[in-house]
Design a protein around this ligand. Structure first.
Ligand code: NAD
Length: 392
């Protein structure tokens, strides 16, 4: 879960509005040309043909199967799927028989759409399931994404896409080979406050961005959880929530960092954090001249994205949680609709799948791979104490 200790985030759920309103907003440029959907490209035609079964059926909702029924599936995704327009909760994959019974009753899921981790591959024969959504511990993402693609399903994979870039590449390759699309659980890319922040930064509304402070952390609870095991999580808060801070710097500038330096903070609880970092810091330089400083932590909370520009500033705080997000600029408050992040994300992805369109690059495996490379570069910089050159 993003923040087991943050009761406030659960309270936010009660205040969430309809996801649909976010989808009516124009998509804002991210990385400028990254939004380009080249409808005349060979890939577009390929996808369009591949999805013919989904096309021409107005009102059809894609069937999603959730793999892993832990905190995020149970508390955020399944409830969001009760209000989505373009998709519905059609199936589940779980290793816990009691959860299967509970979910079948609660969400009216037929037994034929319930799988465990062994018989999962039989999902290939299930026409009710169009999309497999992998919501497992980070180390398991690659295996289940690849198996889902081989079963002929589109895939959504939770963040971080994987622990190592080579796993990301294998996931991308498997989906490409199966002619299926791969989205990452980048819910904020469909969230109005975040899209406005992308616009303010990338369109230089307050002039060029000079520096960014982008941080995400929380106080971690259960000392036995997989998030504290390097083999399953890949690392500590950097892999879990630091990835949001990395994303924040990238979508404010619309650029890829050219160098990174990083530092581990001393551990205040070396027993609990024997396997992963407790708190760490990193700094990026961007080609346009902006620099960023970030913190991620399992020791205490922080959630802020602040950009100082030539002619003013803008910020989101909270910036990365389930919402409502709040924003301000040097000219006043940012007013945007409050949406259900998970519903907006799944509806946005499924709309493109239903329309036979290529997903925008910044929500796909290509973006997950970019982030995973950066996360590993941050660790390398902290471990070596050296500035890592990220120029291609
Ligand atoms: P969780 O621990 O609550 O759930 C994990 C699920 O995986 C459980 O159902 C568990 O039974 C199952 N599982 C199967 N094999 C397992 C094994 N060997 N060890 C441990 N669990 C196993 O975790 P979560 O909070 O639901 O997170 C799952 C994924 O979702 C993670 O990758 C996380 O980063 C991501 N996540 C994303 C967001 C977001 O806002 N996008 C928020 C929370 C979590």
């Amino acid at each position: 879960m993003k923040n087991q200790d943050a009761n406030s985030r659960r309270t936010f759920l009660r205040n969430l509005g309809a996801g649909a309103s976010a989808l009516s907003l124009p998509l804002l440029g991210y990385g400028n040309n990254q939004f380009a959907q080249n409808e005349s490209s060979g890939l577009y035609s390929l996808l369009k043909n591949a999805d013919n079964e989904s096309l021409g059926q107005p009102g059809r909702k894609l069937g999603i199967a959730l793999v892993g029924l832990g905190y995020y599936s149970a508390n955020l995704l399944a409830p969001a799927l009760q209000e989505t327009k373009n998709c519905r909760l059609a199936g589940i994959v779980t290793g816990t028989p009691s959860k299967a019974t509970e979910w079948m009753q609660k969400y009216n899921i037929p037994k034929a759409n319930v799988y465990d981790y062994k018989n999962f591959d039989r999902i290939a024969d299930n026409k009710d399931i169009d999309v497999v959504y992998v919501v497992l511990p980070n180390s398991m993402h690659a295996e289940y994404v690849i198996r889902a693609a081989q079963a002929g399903k589109h895939v959504i994979c939770e963040k971080p896409m994987a622990i190592y870039p080579k796993e990301c590449q294998a996931m991308i390759d498997a989906c490409k080979k199966a002619n299926k699309q791969l989205a990452i659980g980048y819910r904020l890319h469909y969230e109005p406050f975040t899209k406005e922040i992308m616009r303010l930064g990338q369109e230089k509304v307050f002039g060029a961005v000079k520096f960014i402070e982008s941080s995400d952390g929380f106080r971690s609870g259960d000392p036995t959880q997989w998030r504290l095991k390097k083999s399953m999580a890949g690392g500590g808060p950097l892999m879990d929530v630091g990835i949001y801070a990395v994303q924040g710097t990238r979508y404010v500038t619309g650029e890829e960092p050219i160098s990174v330096t990083a530092q581990f903070a001393p551990k205040t609880d070396p027993v609990k954090f024997k396997d992963v970092e407790e708190t760490m810091f990193w700094q990026f330089e961007f080609p346009g001249g902006a620099v960023s400083n970030s913190t991620t932590s399992y020791a205490s909370g922080v959630e802020r994205l602040y950009a100082s520009c030539e002619k003013g500033w803008f910020e989101l705080s909270p910036a990365f949680g389930y919402g409502p997000l709040k924003g301000r600029t040097s000219k006043g408050p940012i007013e945007m609709p409050v949406v259900n992040h998970q519903a907006a994300h799944m509806d946005g992805v499924c709309k493109d799948l239903l329309d036979g369109k290529q997903l925008p690059d910044h929500v796909t495996g290509a973006e997950g791979l970019r982030d995973t490379k950066l996360l590993q570069a941050i660790y390398q910089a902290a471990e070596t104490g050296r500035k890592i050159n990220l120029k291609a």
